[in-house]
Design a protein around this ligand. Structure first.
Ligand SMILES: C[S@@+](CC[C@H](N)C(=O)[O-])C[C@H]1O[C@@H](n2cnc3c(N)ncnc32)[C@H](O)[C@@H]1O
Length: 213
């Protein structure tokens, strides 16, 4: 009997179409209804930060209006897709192949959306942007629920060094799940040269703006 587990045994790409009401605006996207694997496929499901930041942006459209916006760790891309209705162009990015296929499905739910592979690191995270002829630096980068393990914080801020214009801002929705990760976020982002401002906070949800000190 062949008892080997097939390579894709734990991976599902059976996406369902969802519609989120973002302050009266209906944003469609595909996602899995629930996470079901041991792999790092967190991006196949919608995380709460995406809707929080989309709602914040609905009320503060001036942050992104008519700008070219890049989203890091897009997952299903809800927040970036919502931004695309106000931005002049939106680039959804992720560092996972399977999530990139989901973004390829979802990009048609936004306006003038492109996708690119951006894996957080200090070694040329913008390579795919360059290959695709997309801008390598941005005035505004957004990200939602992209910090949940402390070891991703430094690579994420090193990536910001590559992606942000000199006076660029990284607007990030963070959900506090562990106090030590929260403290690490504040400490390590500052050690990487970024100051933070809390734009909005309710219970365990924070919308931070990071820029270079
Ligand atoms: C928790 S999910 C959040 C997805 C989406 N932003 C949301 O709020 O629904 C984190 C996302 O970050 C991506 N990610 C994690 N580590 C990454 C890395 N080192 N480089 C690029 N993307 C990464 C994952 O593939 C996933 O899509």
């Amino acid at each position: 009997m062949d008892d080997e587990i097939p390579e894709n045994f734990f991976i599902s790409e059976e996406y369902k179409e969802f519609t989120e009401d973002i302050g009266g605006i209906q944003q469609k996207f595909y996602a899995l209804p629930a996470a079901s694997t041991d792999y790092d496929l967190t991006g196949q499901v919608l995380w709460p930060g995406a809707k929080h930041l989309a709602l914040y942006i609905r009320d503060h459209q001036e942050l992104i209006k008519d700008k070219i916006i890049l989203e890091v760790g897009s997952g299903s891309g809800l927040c970036g897709l919502f931004c695309s209705h106000y931005a002049s162009k939106t680039i959804l990015t992720d560092g996972n192949d399977i999530v990139m296929r989901l973004l390829d499905l979802n990009k048609s739910f936004g306006k003038n959306v492109e996708i690119a592979w951006v894996e957080w690191s200090d070694s040329d995270p913008g390579k795919d942007l360059r290959i695709k002829g997309l801008p390598e630096r941005y005035e505004v980068v957004v990200g939602t629920d992209v910090v949940y393990w402390s070891n991703s914080i430094v690579p994420l801020f090193k990536t910001m060094d590559s992606l942000l214009e000199d006076r660029g801002r990284f607007i990030m929705c963070y959900t506090l799940r562990a106090m030590n990760t929260y403290r690490d976020l504040l400490r390590l982002s500052a050690e990487c040269g970024y100051r933070n401002k809390v734009l909005w906070n309710e219970e365990s949800t924070y919308i931070f703006e990071f820029d270079r000190q």
